[in-house]
Design a binder for this molecule. Structure first.
Ligand code: NOJ
Length: 552
């Protein structure tokens, strides 16, 4: 087997670009992005300077949760194309030097999956039911759910089945939508299925997996009741103060990742498993990336850190300490398809629990100019940090959250399960603009779009930003070029003390990175400026901006 010497694997320092397939590029003009669309646009990502792409699910699915409800783990949904389209996309990406990570959804399947359909048609206690978590209800007639768990999307996490004779039957568990029944990972059969699914895609040549709900596969014995200590709406659980939810962060998950690690080790090249695990504190999350488990875990504690120099210094320190204690790189991420885009989030003036989204009636709506300025500063800071960084499609264009989507256009199950009280995640999922002043901004050629695009996105389109000095696209491109040139991903970070409290200042290798979180400018030291997120040559360290300088 050819593997790089441990410590030098590509994923330790990679910048990975998240493609949300339904909103990236639409080759057949039906208003939903697809795999041939991705293939056609890959050169733009090579040109941006990323190392890898991660694709959210494109598998056969009724699309009740935008593909995170999988009905066939080894096929492509016709909405997105075919397996041959996938192979072509993979080849093209590899030709361009881009690695390809795909999404794996092992916590639950779609209720349309034949395994679940068979379970529904089979009697209680049958082998088919043992693949999922079916239980009798409480109450004299089993009319109450087996416990009090709430779904992450809101409302009870149990749905009652109907027996084949029409009488009410058992209940099944779904931590997410009722169309996403949870597997029972105590059943060896489930392990066997997922080993084959991993092999199916590894054999095709994928470079890794982002593992959905990687903290959720095991539930505590007896499925005890649980009253969360904080607002619903979080995908995760705090493991602090014994507040471990009985459905997240159970020790059994680690046996699964150790098993998958050995499968990975039997394949050529350095392939990566990245955990989507909403687990705190970071010292607990680090358990997911011990040397014999997964390789990376999303750093959501970093993502949820507010606009504050002091908070950013702390989270960067805590992250590097927690992950390096187990020999793993930290990851860094500011946006994805589940959270308010950081060009809006960083300027929110009211609390916004992760996953709640924002809409026209939300309190504390952001000022777009402040949001973009802060987002550019935050991204420039993030892209200098040692470790691996994730970029969500469109953030390199400075896209904001789309706030004023009409209620009738919304599709996130969160919206429906809360009767419109939580807007959900549609606002960060709007198809991205490629070309100014064309139908659907070049997303396709018909002008159709599964979520309406704002009228004022021409100026944000890639074509309007390419080679335009000071554009967000050129800022990202320059940051990625310099990051590579100065090997920032693999260099130790050293804080500098001689700056005011509201300025973060650190050196990575030969680069000094200064971010002004305050409202007044600061003098820059003598030296060569390599990059600035706001302002022009000769200016000071402007408020809410980041500057990279050559270190003395
Ligand atoms: C996390 C995914 O990122 C999110 O989009 C999805 O709704 C849930 N997991 C359930 O699969």
């Amino acid at each position: 087997m050819t593997h790089t010497t441990p410590g030098n694997e590509w994923w330790r320092t990679a910048v990975i670009y998240q493609i949300y397939p339904r909103s990236f590029a639409d080759s057949n003009g039906d208003g939903i992005g697809d795999i041939p669309g991705i293939t056609d646009r890959l050169s733009a990502l090579q040109n941006l300077g990323v190392d890898a792409i991660w694709l959210s699910p494109f598998y056969t699915s009724p699309q009740n949760d935008a593909g995170y409800d999988v009905a066939d783990y080894t096929d492509v949904d016709p909405l997105f194309g075919t397996l041959s389209d996938f192979d072509r996309m993979l080849d093209r990406a590899h030709e361009l030097g881009l690695r390809v990570i795909i999404d794996l959804v092992p916590n639950h399947s779609s209720s349309a999956h034949p395994w679940f359909q068979e379970a529904l048609a089979s009697p209680p206690g049958s082998e088919a039911r043992a693949r999922y978590i079916f239980r009798d209800g409480r109450g004299s007639d089993g009319e109450l759910p087996p416990n009090n768990w709430q779904s992450v999307f809101g409302s009870p996490a149990w749905t009652r089945t109907t027996n084949t004779d029409g009488t009410p039957g058992q209940w099944y568990l779904h931590l997410f939508d009722s169309s996403q029944p949870d597997f029972d990972w105590n059943n060896p059969w489930v392990h066997e299925q997922f080993r084959s699914i991993l092999r199916f895609w590894l054999d095709r040549g994928v470079d890794g997996f982002r593992v959905d709900v990687a903290h959720g596969l095991y539930k505590a014995d007896g499925l005890p009741d649980w009253t969360p200590p904080r607002e619903a709406g979080s995908m995760g659980g705090s493991l602090e103060n014994n507040q471990t939810p009985p459905f997240f962060g159970q020790p059994g998950v680690h046996t699964v990742y150790r098993d998958w690690h050995t499968i990975f080790a039997s394949y050529e090249g350095d392939r990566v498993l990245c955990a989507e695990a909403w687990v705190e504190p970071l010292s607990q999350l680090a358990l997911w990336v011990r040397p014999d488990e997964m390789h990376q875990a999303f750093n959501f504690s970093y993502l949820t850190t507010g606009w504050s120099a002091c908070a950013v210094r702390k989270i960067v320190d805590d992250s590097i300490a927690a992950f390096s204690a187990v020999g793993a790189p930290s990851t860094w991420v500011l946006s994805n398809h589940d959270v308010v885009r950081h060009a809006s989030r960083l300027a929110l003036t009211a609390d916004n629990p992760q996953g709640d989204g924002i809409g026209p009636r939300s309190p504390g709506l952001p000022d777009a100019t402040v949001g973009l300025r802060r987002a550019r500063a935050a991204s420039a800071l993030m892209l200098a940090l040692p470790g691996s960084a994730y970029i969500y499609q469109g953030e390199e264009l400075g896209l904001p959250e789309v706030i004023d989507l009409p209620d009738s256009a919304r599709q996130d199950p969160t919206w429906f399960r809360n009767n419109g009280k939580r807007y959900g995640r549609d606002g960060c999922r709007v198809p991205i603009p490629w070309e100014a002043d064309t139908p659907a901004y070049g997303f396709n050629s018909t002008g159709k779009s599964w979520l309406p695009q704002p009228d004022d996105w021409s100026a944000l389109a890639r074509s309007a930003q390419e080679r335009v000095e000071g554009s967000t696209l050129e800022l990202y491109r320059a940051a990625l070029r310099l990051r590579r040139e100065y090997s920032l991903g693999s260099t130790q970070l050293r804080w500098l003390a001689e700056y005011p409290d509201n300025v973060t200042a650190f050196e990575v290798g030969n680069v000094r990175v200064l971010t002004n979180f305050g409202t007044v400018p600061h003098r820059l030291p003598e030296g060569e400026v390599l990059l600035r997120s706001s302002g022009t040559a000769g200016e000071s360290l402007l408020p809410e901006s980041t500057v990279w300088m050559r270190a003395m």
